[in-house]
Write a protein that binds this ligand. Structure first.
Ligand code: AMP
Length: 706
């Protein structure tokens, strides 16, 4: 039968558990060594033979260089790679290898088939680390049901079984990561209030204090730097970890070392160990206080501290060090809860419950009756029903975007989703945007300076109506796995396309590019500000009827293609004479009136005038000058007009010739900057639209500026 499991993929140890409906409780699976916890160590030989767990740990202890441990804290780190078995592996590769072997061992040993899995991660893991964990699970052939935070898993397993209302602190110190999480538990509901952590802090840092001490003593005595001997160094690492564990039970122990024909035996005391690791302990305390401060802030200044904590739960193997309990007692005044808690399997237990809740909306636990019996005074076990909706987790990291500060100079991380916000809640940003493609760079981190944050990627948003300023909203959320999702819509609700892309540029390269683009846009806007269009409309006798009607319609729609904040339009009516019906207008009202004032025969029924020659010098500004000529026939003075057009073009004026009816296409070609357009009357509005779009391109590219 296929089952769903919870996997605690730990830095040093991993565990798998499942929820049994029949028993109403979680079962933790044993490995081939009959243990519930399996060392997260891999040994891969050059022939591909792979061992994990205790067998790999023995190899590591014997100095086999094809072993690797502690890779979890390097998850998502592009600069990390481990060379084992003749190949380089990323932390994601190693997690995939470990999970593949681990799942196989647990399946064979327990005669089960694992289908879906909830995998736990430190609450402080960032988005890339979570995504790398999902990929590693999938590469190991698992259906990853969900990624959940280790402390939340611990609270699910521990906090929900008592059914009381309380504030619980989970102090989770594993092999390579530290998380502190405070949650409010009410009946069967969990609301995480704050979380902080450091994914570069864990038991291995405590080991290192012993390692450095022994290496220094050995070097002082024999003049040998053990770090130069990789095999012996690996061996010493394991010995120091073992000595550290012994120091949790005894006041002093010894570590012996052999290297390059020399040997040494050194005593370490708990007193020495505690005093030389006090800075590490202190850094966990600072993060506890950070949680208190954040909850205080969320409660509008109402102080939250130790007095508001009802229970402290220790999770992770490193919390076995007596110094942790001593610190809690001295700060909190009470010891942490130890009864019924297995620090090594509580996370896998909670993950197994979550796995059940991923496929069924509720689970029913059979729990022991509270002390003094249940309601009826009986000590028979009671049941507790938990629902998925009752678990409200939060995000450990703020999500921001790269933005220009209000001083228009500095780039900042502008926070969209503040840390400690509920997951799956949407946060939106509104923009007024005139372009066709918008890039939003998203970052994770708390500092205003973007250099202190991780760039997660960018969303490229497209589909906005062209040639206008659009109101749009970009909506972000952290999904239940802690992975960012975004979409975008226009102010009227129309959805846009928002595609997540990887960012290959460095932050400084991005900023330099944005600066460049900003300058170019300012330059284009400056150019656009001085657009001047002179629209010459043929009003000779042949334009009578439909032609003038369509011409006016097309001219009006043409005027609407421009942002009149930046463009001025003049209308010239020509026949035997020529006259401006409006000049340098920047209101549609005036332009429409100017167009309406063009009347057939108003300036004569023939085409004896030379409108280009007479008027091209009448532009007022020095910016982009555009002349659009609409005609339906042959002009009497074509040759002199071609000559005038050449002069105008040489002066930097762009000319567009549009013809209908009997217009001379070759003449239009000769007077135009590009090719003339001769169109059917029904296509006149479209032809004008094309001219407007060509003008926009010319202006934006700067080609029209001479
Ligand atoms: P985890 O990642 O939660 O499996 O925690 C493993 C860490 O707990 C490793 O750094 C171990 O060295 C440490 N650990 C396990 N047992 C003890 C112990 N008795 N005393 C001190 N540290 C321990």
């Amino acid at each position: 039968m296929k089952i769903n499991v919870g996997i605690d993929l730990g830095t040093t140890y991993s565990a798998v558990a499942t929820f049994s409906k029949q028993l109403g409780r979680v079962q933790v699976f044993k490995n081939n060594d009959e243990k519930e916890c399996t060392p997260s160590v891999i040994c891969r030989e050059e022939n591909g033979y792979t061992m994990i767990g205790e067998a790999a740990k023995i190899e590591q202890k014997s100095g086999n260089l094809n072993t690797v441990a502690f890779y979890k804290s390097k998850m998502g780190d592009k600069n990390f790679s481990a060379y084992i078995g003749g190949q380089d592996y990323t932390a994601e590769d190693l997690s995939a290898i470990f999970l593949t072997e681990f799942v196989k061992e647990i399946e064979e040993k327990n005669n089960i088939e694992i289908d879906g899995a909830v995998i736990t991660v430190p609450a402080y893991f960032n988005e890339e680390q979570r995504k790398a964990t999902i990929r590693a699970g999938e590469r190991a052939g698992l259906k990853v049901l969900k990624i959940i935070n280790e402390p939340t898993a611990a609270i699910i397993a521990y906090g929900l079984t008592s059914g009381k209302e309380k504030n619980v602190m989970v102090y989770d110190l594993g092999g390579g990561t530290f998380d502190i999480t405070i949650a409010h538990v009410k009946n069967t509901e969990i609301e995480v209030l704050a979380t902080n952590g450091n994914h570069q802090l864990g038991g291995m840092d405590w080991d290192e204090v012993l390692l450095n001490n022994i290496a220094t003593q050995f070097s002082d005595e024999h003049g040998i730097d053990i770090a130069d001997y990789p095999e012996e160094y690996k061996e010493l690492q394991v010995k120091c970890e073992e000595a550290k564990k012994r120091l949790s039970a005894v006041a002093a122990t010894t570590i012996s070392i052999q290297c390059d024909g020399c040997s040494g035996k050194y005593e370490v005391t708990r007193e020495y160990f505690d005093s030389n690791t006090s800075n590490l302990l202190e850094s966990t305390k600072l993060l506890i206080h950070k949680c208190f401060d954040e909850i205080t802030e969320a409660r509008n200044g109402k102080r939250f501290d130790w007095k508001d904590i009802d229970e402290v739960v220790l999770v992770g193997g490193s919390t076995r060090m007596p110094q942790i309990k001593d610190m809690i007692v001295s700060e909190y005044g009470k010891p942490p809860i130890t009864k019924d808690i297995n620090v090594d399997t509580i996370v896998a237990t909670g993950a197994a419950m979550q796995a059940e809740l991923c496929v069924n909306s509720t689970l029913t636990l059979t729990v022991a009756a509270p002390a003094g019996g249940n309601a009826g005074g009986m000590s028979t076990p009671m049941t507790l029903t938990i629902s998925n909706t009752g678990i409200k987790d939060i995000t450990a990291h703020s999500l921001g975007m790269l933005a220009l500060a209000s001083n228009e100079k500095d780039y900042i991380n502008s926070i969209i989703i503040p840390k400690n916000s509920p997951v799956s809640k949407t946060f939106s940003r509104q923009y007024t945007f005139g372009g066709e493609k918008m890039e939003v760079f998203i970052m994770q981190g708390e500092t205003r300076d973007p250099h202190g944050c991780d760039i997660l990627g960018k969303y490229v948003i497209t589909g906005m109506p062209k040639g206008q300023k659009n109101q749009l909203s970009v909506n972000f959320l952290y999904n239940a796995n802690g992975v960012v999702e975004a979409n975008a819509n226009l102010g009227n609700g129309t959805m846009l396309t928002a595609v997540r892309e990887e960012v290959t540029e460095s932050l400084d390269e991005i900023i330099a590019r944005l600066e460049r683009e900003k300058k170019e846009a300012e330059e284009a806007a400056r150019r656009a500000q001085s657009i001047e269009i002179m629209l010459m409309i043929d009003s000779s006798g042949s334009m009578d009827g439909n032609r003038i009607y369509e011409a006016k319609k097309a001219a009006k729609s043409f005027a609407r293609e421009f942002d009149l904040k930046y463009a001025k339009i003049s209308i010239l009516s020509f026949g035997d004479r020529s006259t401006f019906t409006c000049k340098n207008a920047n209101s549609l009202f005036t332009i429409d009136a100017g167009i309406d004032a063009v009347t057939v025969g108003g300036v004569g029924y023939g085409t004896s005038n030379t409108p280009i020659n007479n008027n091209y010098r009448n532009f007022s500004g020095k910016g982009t000058r555009i002349l659009v000529v609409l005609t339906d026939g042959y002009w009497e003075n074509q040759v002199s007009e071609e000559y005038a057009a050449d002069n105008a073009k040489a002066d930097g004026i762009l000319i567009y010739g549009i013809g209908i009816g009997d217009a001379d296409e070759a003449f239009l070609d000769r007077i135009s900057s590009g090719k003339g357009k001769k169109v059917d009357l029904s296509q006149l509005t479209t032809a004008f639209k094309e001219v407007a779009s060509s003008i926009a391109t010319e202006v934006a590219s700067g080609n029209s500026l001479r």
